[in-house]
Design a protein around this ligand. Structure first.
Ligand SMILES: [Zn+2]
Length: 422
């Protein structure tokens, strides 16, 4: 934990002198960009001239320092006779500098700068609330969660930075796995802004169910406690579906619990519900779905399901698993016919690789080496392809995550569909 400064009165002049040191350090960066060249005189003619004459300089510097600098060029229209005061403009630059200190890990300086801005009454409410939001982020980065939450709450009370404050409060609860609190905050967020957070809240319910199931595993030897844990978990999962009827995660978990209880008919219903909720999750549920159909011992239902698969285009894992089931029921020829028909309709690298492997034994001895090399090459290509990708941040991986490890958003990691994936 960093050395937290005592937030006594920090004078504007003290901050200004620190800013000068930093601005001098940054000068070469700006000069290299070219656009600062015409304004360098401001730095050599004393502080008064610098602060009073360099309105656009501040704005440009703000763009340079802010995290979004790469995404947006300085807005020239703002520089032409904008009524924004120099004082306010300088404050925005201070906010950006504080943010830069935070990114560099100098949280003491970040807190000092942002805190001093929040106390500067002559600044407009907008810029002060912006500084307060950054101050709350500084405290969060410093691990001072109580102070951070107090700042976010104060902003909410003043009806300022509402979305950002709620979002941060939710992230704090999520990081602490305090799901009950997250539900409370999300409900509050939803009620005060009219936003629909149903799917996120449903995930919080699922997280609570997961922790109950994990605790039940620990209590495995105590049958009474274990049964109680499962029932509680089921209740949370059912409530998740009430908050978000499209919550496939809750359906999958309920199906798994039903399989554990040998309630196969219910498990099949739940897996079929996942098919409606999130068809791209089919590769993950097709094996347990077939197992449940087999365990139920209802061949008519099993064949009806296979017919349904035959009548549509499928992800490759679905094709492969169904092929194996058909082989066991009706023999290799029927299975091969289904397989060929499906991979022609929906080609994929994985399908091609497995088809080539199947041809290995059937190929003539003098061609077998070539087919084998082709199989190895396809293996390599398939192996390097990610199975999942985040639609928000581009995170790629081989494991399905309900919350993206890259950007921490929920339900943004999707199965890769198409020739290179499923
Ligand atoms: Zn992401």
């Amino acid at each position: 934990m960093p050395n937290v400064p005592v937030l006594g009165p920090v004078t504007w002049a003290e901050n200004e002198s620190r800013m000068y040191e930093l601005l001098w350090m940054l000068l070469p960066v700006a000069a290299a960009g070219g656009w600062l060249a015409g304004r360098r005189y401001a730095m050599t003619t004393g502080p008064d001239r610098f602060w009073n004459d360099a309105t656009t300089y501040h704005r440009d510097l703000h763009s340079l320092l802010s995290e979004t600098a790469a995404d947006s060029a300085p807005d020239d229209t703002l520089a032409l006779g904008s009524p924004v005061s120099v004082e306010q403009d300088a404050a925005e630059t201070h906010i950006a500098l504080g943010n830069m200190f935070r990114r560099r890990g100098d949280l003491d300086s970040a807190i000092r700068i942002h805190a001093s801005l929040t106390r500067k009454n002559q600044l407009g409410e907008d810029v002060r609330s912006e500084a307060q939001l950054e101050l709350a982020r500084d405290y969060d980065s410093a691990g001072l969660l109580d102070r951070s939450e107090a700042q976010f709450r104060a902003l909410l009370k003043a009806n300022r930075q509402v979305d950002a404050s709620y979002e941060h409060l939710l992230q704090i609860s999520e990081r602490a796995s305090d799901w009950q609190r997250a539900i409370q905050t999300a409900d509050e967020f939803q009620n005060s802004t009219g936003r629909n957070l149903g799917s996120r809240i449903a995930h919080y319910y699922c997280e609570i169910a997961e922790s109950l199931i994990a605790a039940e595993t620990t209590n495995g030897l105590n049958a009474d406690k274990a049964a109680g844990g499962t029932e509680d978990a089921e209740r949370w999962l059912e409530n998740a579906l009430k908050r978000d009827p499209a919550c496939a995660r809750a359906s999958i978990r309920l199906a798994e619990l039903a399989v554990g209880e040998k309630n196969f008919s219910e498990a099949i219903d739940l897996y079929e519900r996942v098919e409606q909720q999130r068809p791209e999750l089919m590769p993950e549920i097709i094996s347990p779905l077939f197992e449940s159909l087999e365990q139920l011992g209802d061949e008519t239902r099993l064949r009806a399901y296979i017919d349904r698969i035959k009548g549509r285009l499928n992800a490759y894992s679905v094709i492969k698993t169904t092929r194996n089931m058909i082989e066991r029921m009706d023999g290799e020829n029927a299975a091969d016919e289904f397989f060929k028909d499906q991979i022609v309709k929906r080609p994929s690298l994985k399908g091609l690789r497995d088809w080539a492997r199947g041809q290995l034994e059937k190929s003539r001895p003098n061609e077998r080496g070539k087919v084998s090399v082709m199989c190895d090459m396809l293996d390599q290509v398939v192996k390097d392809k990610p199975g999942y990708v985040c639609s928000e941040c581009g995170f790629r991986g081989q494991t399905r995550h309900w919350r993206c490890p890259g950007c921490n958003r929920w339900d943004t990691v999707h199965t890769v569909i198409g020739a290179e994936g499923e």
